[in-house]
Design a protein around this ligand. Sequence first.
Ligand code: SAH
Ligand code: MG
Length: 196
Amino acid sequence: MINYNVISKIKEYAKENNVPIMSDSGIKYLTDFIRENNIKKILEIGTAIGYSAIMMCSVDSSITVTTIERNEKRYLEAIKNIKRVNMEDRIDPIYKDAFDVNLKDKFDLIFIDAAKAQNTRFFEKFESNLNNGGIIITDNMNFHGLVYKEEEIESRNLRQLVRKIKSYKVFLEKNDKYSTTFIDVGDGIAISRKVD
Ligand code: SAH
Ligand code: MG
């Protein structure tokens, strides 16, 4: 079973190196959701150091995760961590920019947790890889609470980013191929279920 000693070391590394991994409450919600919805085949955009991929995989031994990361240092750290928990045969890490990755496989769940300004583009690129009845989950919909106080943000770039997250939210709300609910857990997640 999962080695919690290794998990807490991975979390420690994330903290020390400012790697934005999912919060405890967010990861709990996500893993419960995977269990309850009997999700088996997962695609993740944004591996970082492998924490969320490992946690999702640990829900059940029949789960597999394909995960994409463009940052070399993080990718190499992820490889190391995946080995430490003996999940090399169930987690397939891809070292590339997600926009350069073309997959034929279909997944039960696509977890978008990469560059927040690109969420609409990630969604549109990878939705063809979703099974019927599949689900797309997007992390950081609240973006550390900043989505609710745009007018207080002084940095122009940050304000721009928050606007993009807001327009992604509108994109999801208007998209009638999916039914989306927004859950205020962790840093805010969107759950978009493909309507058959
Ligand atoms: N899912 C991880 C955290 C991911 S942090 C966890 O919770 O454990 C977001 C990661 O997405 C960063 O490491 C960043 O390098 C990566 N990323 C951002 N844009 C990307 C892109 N276009 N392609 C691949 N990876 C990307
Ligand atoms: Mg995140």
